[in-house]
Design a protein around this ligand. Structure first.
Ligand code: 2AM
Ligand code: CA
Ligand code: CA
Ligand code: CA
Length: 266
């Protein structure tokens, strides 16, 4: 795909995302339907489904050869990364959407032959659009985000959900508490996409989740890499979009290496 086409595709994706955000803000005034998926903390609403369908309908109309991987499952079954693939989380942070009407995002990534080329994370209530186009930098609204610099572990604030402190299955017991004890602080915002956008824009210094799906981190990965940040599994291995669920660790350069070496890889 040529650079000129990137630009066209970016504008199309941006306009869809901003339009979808407007639809979600309008829903604040209306009754929404909330259902459970796996358990009582795994929520889905009519808006998650409506927004995913809105993206799919419009993408298929303008780009019939593109394929779509969406959390709510209305898109395609993706088993290879050939061609152009959209990876969409229509509402990331559904619990925040339902309980708080804030701190949730639309996350949209576009991959071409396995390479992330466009990433958008739209903080809908805040009306903040974080985006990146491969090789052209990352932006918050119209402001270019500066490259990330390194900091010490003791000065770092990391996004982490408190549930992972008690986790024994995905990580050796005690590793997360030991890391937390050595940080300046932790924050938990309840939306992986927002926490990755905060990492890319330097509001926090990193983010850890022991279980994310591709639609949670695909856009964030493109943003973070465009500003020189690092994102991998908690073992330092590359993330693979075709893997159903992965532990994810993103941070400023230098900090990423030192947390991996001194805390996570034991
Ligand atoms: P979601 O709101 O799109 O489901 C919450 O800490 C973060 O983890 C959100 O980004 C949430 O995305 C994500 N998440 C991923 N898998 C989840 C699951 N099975 N249950 C709840 N949240 C999940
Ligand atoms: Ca969900
Ligand atoms: Ca999500
Ligand atoms: Ca979601």
């Amino acid at each position: 795909m040529q650079k000129r086409n990137f630009e066209h595709l970016f504008k199309f994706a941006r306009d869809l995302t901003v339009d979808a955000g407007e639809q979600i803000r309008t829903s604040f005034q209306k009754e929404i339907t909330v259902d459970f998926k796996e358990n009582r903390s795994d929520l889905v609403t009519n808006m998650d489904k409506q927004i995913e369908r809105f993206f799919i309908k419009n993408i298929q109309k303008s780009y019939p050869d593109h394929r779509i991987l969406g959390e709510e499952g209305f898109g395609d079954k993706i088993t290879s990364l050939d061609g152009t693939i959209w990876i969409i989380d229509p509402i990331d942070g559904t619990m925040n959407f339902v309980h708080m009407q804030r701190h949730f995002a639309i996350s949209v990534a576009i991959y071409h032959n396995g390479e992330g080329i466009i990433g958008l994370i739209y903080d809908v209530a805040q009306k903040d659009l974080y985006y990146a186009v491969k090789g052209q930098g990352a932006f918050l609204n119209d402001r270019k985000l500066p490259a990330l610099g390194s900091i010490d572990v003791g000065d770092a604030v990391i996004g982490v959900n408190s549930a992972w402190v008690f986790e024994k299955k995905r990580i050796k017991e005690g590793i997360i508490p030991h890391l937390i004890n050595n940080l300046r602080g932790t924050r938990s915002f309840g939306s992986a996409a927002i926490e990755l956008a905060y990492t890319a824009s330097g509001k926090i210094d990193g983010y850890i989740s022991l279980r994310l799906s591709p639609w949670d981190y695909a856009a964030g990965k493109i943003l973070i890499e465009e500003v020189g940040g690092k994102i991998s599994t908690i073992n330092g291995d590359p993330l693979t979009i075709l893997t159903k669920q992965s532990p994810v660790f993103a941070a400023k350069p230098g900090l990423h290496e030192s947390i991996l070496k001194n805390f996570l890889i034991k």
